[in-house]
Design a protein around this ligand. Sequence first.
Ligand SMILES: Cc1cc2nc3c(=O)[nH]c(=O)nc-3n(C[C@H](O)[C@H](O)[C@H](O)COP(=O)(O)OP(=O)(O)OC[C@H]3O[C@@H](n4cnc5c(N)ncnc54)[C@H](O)[C@@H]3O)c2cc1C
Length: 455
Amino acid sequence: MGWGRTIAVSAAAIEPTSPSQVEPLLASTGRNEVQPASRGIIPRGLGRSYGDAAQRAGGLVVEMTSLDRLRAWDPASGDVTVDAGTSLDALMRSFLPRGWFVPVTPGTRYVTVGGAIAADVHGKNHHHDGSFGTHVRSLRIATPGCIQDLSPEADCSPDRFWATVAGMGLTGIILEATLRLVPVETAFMRVETSRENDLDATMASLEEGDARYRYSVAWLDCLARNSHLGRSVITLGEHASRDELPSDHAEDPLAFSPTTRLSLPVAPPRGTLNSATVRLFNSLWFHRAPRVASTTVEPLASFFHPLDGVRSWNLLYGKLGFLQYQIVVPFGAEDTIRKVLEDLVAARCPSFLAVLKRFGPSSPAPLSFPMPGWTLALDIPRGPRELHKLLNHFDDIVASAGGRVYLAKDARLQPEHLAAMYPQLEKWRETRSLMDPTHIMRSDLDARLHLAGKP
Ligand SMILES: Cc1cc2nc3c(=O)[nH]c(=O)nc-3n(C[C@H](O)[C@H](O)[C@H](O)COP(=O)(O)OP(=O)(O)OC[C@H]3O[C@@H](n4cnc5c(N)ncnc54)[C@H](O)[C@@H]3O)c2cc1C
């Protein structure tokens, strides 16, 4: 199942220990010893996509995390070549002490390089640096019948490269990738924190902050209503320079060894996260933030990956699991964000993790999620039929505003919306079918949305 723990399925799984074991799995029709039923094959990284992107009921799941070797490193350019199962956590632990950081990190570092490319993940710096795929110099991919080296360069099948970026594992299995790291002086961040009392102020503050800072995000209190709708805590960040560090960190400015502080062994009772507990948490969090912007220096992990400090935090939502609903709407469609928030408040939907951010320009990848505009991400306990109706209604208004739902987070979108949300879908399908003409690569996300086309 995915990180939201909503749809559990049974599948055969295989964990290759050498890249040479991967391509034979894709040979011919997909029928082989481990996958007799030929229900399709899908690679899986660290399983941090929330829905059904990295699973295939009755098919074969290729677990990539044992393929995690460093293949090449060029300290002059910052180019690093790694196996696709390498995690961003491992990259940070190896390269931060040498003064290099990943160009884009999502809200968890427990994702693989293959998973980050396949979802074209974004971070708090999208307005400044774009998404993960734009920092990939080249990749090697096993497709049914052959291994291909792809890059954005004209002589290296750029269409196939960009179809693989954000291709959700459906063009083949990425074996290794070369990406360009960014130099940093320290493993710390200079962070400016402030709070805003309503949605207009939050949006204005993010826009102003994006002009000054490389990283930005707003946490929203999703239960605040009326004149407080959209009240938020804004955090803006920049890599701290050596001379900004307090004296106790000055000796080892690049030290990076984050630990897990807490672990949830089992799912707590149903209802632990309800409107009352979330309201209490939200109020404490909001009032803890300074009224007037204040600047601190923080370890990099607490700025980028606060949730990684709690192992298995997804169990907090109980046995039913939870949905993450992430949308983007173009600039000018701010009212759609307001409408979603108003309806959520009216439905008393307890989302304690609600994040708003501005995106910069899109990447050339046809299925890439980010577009210039506002993205809102909400964690919502899986709930009654009304919740699904509400989210279906949000899909309608997001699609008619020219926006889209993020496939790496999705577990419930209906196929009708896909073409409107992803206008370059046909272009992607054409390239995908050249790479996998007999449609061996398949996931439950693909089957639900007919992503690769109708069977
Ligand atoms: C706490 C948390 C915070 C997050 N924050 C963000 C965020 O800020 N921004 C963001 O963009 N995303 C975010 N995500 C989502 C996450 O970054 C993506 O879902 C990412 O794809 C997960 O990587 P993974 O290695 O776990 O891949 P999986 O979840 O295992 O797989 C995801 C997709 O990648 C494909 N895939 C995996 N490996 C390969 C491979 N070797 N070759 C081809 N395809 C492959 C799979 O088939 C699947 O379609 C977050 C997730 C969590 C749990």
